[in-house]
Write a protein that binds this ligand. Structure first.
Ligand code: AMP
Length: 426
């Protein structure tokens, strides 16, 4: 038997009803904040992620699905391609390629789609997973650097979580400063790590040399007391970065959005500057992050583009669905009526009636004229239909249909013209 590859999975009904419910809410909430959808390719040049996400991140160094795409013609060169492990680099590439900053306005973009990372599969961690993300990016003259953008994006997330009905989340907030602060902080970390790194895990020993900030991501229990004693990023923020962070926090305070400052939260991607944040959820076990995001003021320039500060986030849709399911927020869509054609020649009349009712916005399923009525009722009950509508010779002659309320067991006859309205009623 051929099976889905480990780390990938089929999303099946009725779960897909919940996925669609979430995506509908996403589109409706994001639209109210004037965000518009962008769809970028699922694979890109490997170099985009190496430069955008960072060579020494776990994603780029261990987790990418990369292949050498053979040259098709002599004039063509072989190219290294990668399935996107995240979507921000692709969005910024697209922003640069299409010169989206030329209008001088902020671009407010969102995406929904699959991402790919070769991680060790476990609960809440897949090799193909889905992210819902948004980015606000634009020239500095459009105010893309201002703290209000950070606060608005975070506030939009809380509105979305309310709209899908997710409760019990915690917002973790930090500032990782800008390039200036980072150099000073990295130097301080390196110095502090020099004395202790021999006692740490192999990954940390390597990171202490190559990218000391990444040490803060380490999850190895024995390393935690050492990491907690390292210098804190807040001591190294320059004046503009401190003021920026203070403004973001003050705006969230005014809006009544609770957060915890978590100075170890530097996030696993190199492009972040200033504000970083994560929302966690208690029902998710070890993989507790539902979403993560932050500011990336230098990303466009590091990809060869113009100065285009930005801020964005990515929600792990798989994890958001898991958290909703743990809350038992099943969003199954009930069938309004099951139409049972009764007797030879009735299928076409049944389908015609189904079309009229579907046009009226009802959810309709149809049986087959060869089924006995009992089989029709059983099918209707199994699919949780509210009514069964019988289409037989007598009904066609009278142009009125027998309608049975499945829960109450009552049956009435309803003229064709009144049928849609009768089925709309609860
Ligand atoms: P990141 O792009 O690493 O900042 O991740 C953003 C969010 O995507 C995380 O908070 C998770 O909810 C989700 N996520 C990341 N990697 C995976 C994965 N392998 N499987 C499922 N969800 C993931």
């Amino acid at each position: 038997m051929i099976k889905a590859i480990r780390g990938t999975r089929d999303l099946l009904p009725p779960d897909t009803d919940l996925w669609n419910f979430v995506e509908e809410r996403v589109r409706s909430v994001f639209q109210r904040y004037n965000f518009h959808e962008i769809r970028t390719p699922v694979f890109e040049a490997t170099e985009l992620f190496a430069r955008g996400v960072g060579e020494d991140t776990d994603i780029v160094s261990k987790e990418m699905f990369t292949w050498e795409d053979k040259a098709r013609a002599q004039s063509e060169k072989a190219q290294s391609l990668t399935l996107r492990p995240e979507n921000t680099a692709g969005v910024v590439r697209s922003y640069i390629e299409h010169d989206l900053g030329r209008s001088g306005q902020l671009q407010k973009l969102y995406y929904v789609g699959p991402q790919f990372r070769r991680e060790r599969p476990q609960k809440g961690r897949y090799r193909q997973f889905f992210q819902i993300g948004a980015e606000v990016i634009g020239p500095p003259s459009a105010g893309s650097e201002l703290p209000i953008r950070d606060a608005e994006v975070i506030e939009m997330l809380t509105a979305l979580l309310d709209s899908v009905g997710l409760k019990g989340w915690t917002l973790h907030l930090n500032s990782v400063g800008c390039a200036n602060d980072r150099a000073a902080y990295n130097a301080a970390l390196r110095e502090a790590l020099a004395g202790v790194k021999d006692k740490m895990c192999a990954d940390c020993q390597r990171r202490a040399e190559t990218n000391p900030l990444r040490v803060l991501d380490c999850k190895v229990p024995e390393d935690q007391p050492i990491i907690d004693a390292l210098p804190k990023i807040s001591q190294y923020l320059d004046e503009p970065c401190r003021l920026h962070f203070a403004d973001v926090k003050a705006t969230l305070d005014t809006m009544g959005i609770a957060y915890q400052v978590n100075e170890r939260m530097v996030r696993g991607l190199d492009y972040y500057t200033r504000t970083t944040f994560e929302f966690t959820h208690g029902d998710l076990g070890a993989q507790s992050a539902v979403l993560g995001g932050g500011r990336y003021d230098g990303l466009s320039e590091s990809l060869g583009g113009p100065k285009a500060p930005g801020i964005g986030f990515a929600i792990g849709e798989d994890r958001m669905i898991m958290a909703l399911q743990a809350q038992q927020a099943a969003a199954t869509v009930a069938v309004d009526a099951y139409i049972a054609p009764l007797g030879t020649g009735m299928n076409r009349h049944a389908l015609k009636l189904a079309r009229e009712l579907r046009d009226a916005g009802l959810i309709i399923d149809v049986g087959d004229e060869s089924f006995r009525l009992k089989k029709g009722f059983e099918a209707a009950e199994k699919m949780n239909a509210r009514y069964v509508v019988i289409v037989g010779e007598n009904e066609m002659k009278a142009d009125a249909f027998a309608v049975k309320d499945i829960k109450k067991g009552e049956q009435v006859t309803v003229p064709r013209l009144d049928l849609a309205a009768a089925l709309h009623k609860q």
